[in-house]
Structure formats: C-alpha cells, structure tokens
Design a protein around this ligand. Structure first.
Ligand code: ATP
Ligand code: MG
Length: 288
C-alpha cells in the first residue's frame, strides 16, 4: 500500500538547499597543474622543430578523474609523460601535489596499454616489485600483493606467470601492480584499448570503484569516447597537433564509481554525440 505523502512533503523545495556552498575548483586542492606548457622535440637536423603541444594550462583537483581525448598524434602521451616527469617541458611548468616537477615523481604511477609485466616473475612477485624497490619489508609487501590481487579478481592466480594469463587478466595484474605502490596520482595511457568490449567494461568498473574508494586522482587518455564519459568527472578535448585544449566538459552525471550504471543513463548518448562532433568523427575533415 502506498503511503500518502504528508503536507510538508509538498512544501519541501524540489532541490534541497546545501548546508554549505558547493566547492569551487579554486577551493579544492589542486593535485596536477600545467602552466603554459609546450613541448618540442628538436633534433640536430631540425633544431627549430614545431611544438607537439602548445600552451597547455590545466588543473586537476585531488580525487578528480579527468579524461583527455584528441586525435592521434596530438600529444596526449607527451602530456602524460610530462605529468610523470619523464619528459621535461620545453616551456612552462608542471606541478604535482604543489611541487614543481623536475624528474620522475614517486607519488605518480603510470599504466599503459601494454602490461609491461616482467615475464620471469610470478604475478605476485610482479605486484611486489614496486613495494620491494621502495624498501617495504617482505611480509608487508606480500600481504599488500595478496590483497590487491584478490581485489583485482586474481585470487588463485598469484603464482602464475604472465604468459599463463589472458590479456584481460594481465591488465588486471598490471592494475594491481600500479596500485601496489599506493600512488596518489594515476596516469593511464589507453590501458584497456587492447581488450574486448566486455572485459573492458568489467575492468573499468573495478578501476572506477577503486579510484573512488581510495580517493585517487587520475588522468586518463582514451580514444573510446564512451569510456571517457563513463569514467570521468571532466573531459578535456585536444586539437590536432600542436595539441591544445579546445574544450572542457563537466560530465555532471552520477555513478562515477559505477560506470556500468552510468553507461545506461539516457544522458550518455547526447554526451557522446557532443564528443563525436568536437572530434569531427565521420566528417570530411575528420582527423582520425
Ligand atoms: N620522444 C620523442 N621524440 C620525438 N618525437 C616525439 C617523441 N614523443 C612523441 N613525439 C612526437 O610527438 C607527437 C605526439 O605524440 P604522442 O605520442 O604524444 O601523441 P598521442 O596523442 O599520444 O597519439 P596516439 O593517440 O596515437 O597515441 C608525434 O608526432 C610524435 O612523433
Ligand atoms: Mg598516445
């Protein structure tokens, strides 16, 4: 039997007033910042090489998940490499956690399309590698690896070697290895692009939940527009080379921690359509 709403129910405003004003970008902690960053790759023959990315300025807040989309060759991986300190900007500055980046940053972890697992180590020993380098005692790093592998649905496979696993399982192991060093910032360069559609969706779900539970900050590069919309708080769209940010989209949809649910929302179609238009997918001047 349906309960009859009390009169006060109808008096309540449709949108409850907030106790405090919503946090603005400037109020929150900025975890990653690019200030006027350009990157060139000069050679002896081409000392005046044109920039690959030009005048990039962006801020990513602590706990935010931001995707970057853009045509092939526009400088997305270059941007990520500068975020991790592997490449130095030619102009401008990069900051992570308020510190200017001048070399590899310990609190940043990278995950790539290729799993890069060491073939001569078991999955568990691959996951233990980062904590081992960091000097964590053996018992502690074993415990951490066991927990993370279970969390990544690899319980029972700890003593397998990478060649004994499927592509999806290897990417799960790579994710466990990335998380094992407990980084505050995670940089993902098309980590799921080699996987089949269903494996990819399940892995996205696991990743999103773990990022949410641990409050991690993530920068995610993908060519998959639905993936960008399903996983992110914000999407940055880059122009063809020299790459610049031409659009910034606040996704504004619920279920960031459950992309399988977000995918089913009716708002997803129009959002992905807008991203397709921005990238001119299927148009004559499409640069894919
Ligand atoms: N180490 C390097 N030395 C010289 N040129 C480089 C180097 N790294 C990248 N580039 C050049 O910079 C440009 C952008 O490369 P980048 O890999 O960042 O593109 P991308 O947006 O990630 O492309 P894709 O979507 O295909 O992965 C390319 O023209 C590439 O040749
Ligand atoms: Mg790339």
């Amino acid at each position: 039997m349906n309960a009859v709403p009390s009169p006060s129910h109808f008096l309540r405003p449709a949108v409850e007033p907030l106790d405090r004003p919503a946090a603005r970008a400037d109020d929150a902690t900025v975890e990653i910042e690019f200030r006027g960053v350009s990157k060139r790759f000069p050679t002896r023959r081409h000392p005046d090489a044109a920039p690959v990315v030009r005048d990039l300025t962006l801020k990513i807040r602590t706990g935010e998940v931001v995707s970057i989309i853009g045509p092939s060759g526009c400088g997305k991986s270059t941007l990520l490499n500068m975020g991790s300190g592997l490449y130095a900007p030619s102009e401008g500055e990069v900051f992570v956690g308020g510190q200017r980046v001048t070399g590899p940053v310990p609190k940043v972890a990278f995950m790539l399309q290729k799993d890069l697992l060491l073939p001569w180590r078991t999955i568990r020993r691959n996951v233990e590698l980062g904590p081992e380098i960091a000097g964590l005692p053996a018992a502690e790093r074993r415990e951490r690896a066991t927990q993370l592998l279970a969390r990544c649905h690899l319980k029972g496979f700890e003593d397998h070697y990478p060649y004994q696993l499927s592509g999806g399982m290897r990417q799960r192991a790579a994710l466990a290895r990335t998380l094992a060093i407990d980084p505050q910032v995670l940089l993902f360069d098309e980590p799921f692009s080699a996987l089949d559609a269903q494996t990819k969706m399940v892995l996205q779900q696991d990743l999103a939940l773990m990022l949410h539970e641990r409050g991690k900050t993530a920068l995610f590069i993908t060519h998959d527009l639905v993936e960008a919309a399903a996983l992110s708080d914000r999407i940055l769209v880059m122009s063809p080379r020299p790459g610049q940010i031409i659009e910034e989209i606040e996704v504004g949809l619920p279920y960031r921690e459950r992309p399988l649910e977000r995918r089913k929302l009716p708002e997803m179609g129009p959002l992905v359509g807008r991203l397709m238009d921005l990238l001119k997918v299927g148009q004559d001047e499409s640069f894919h």
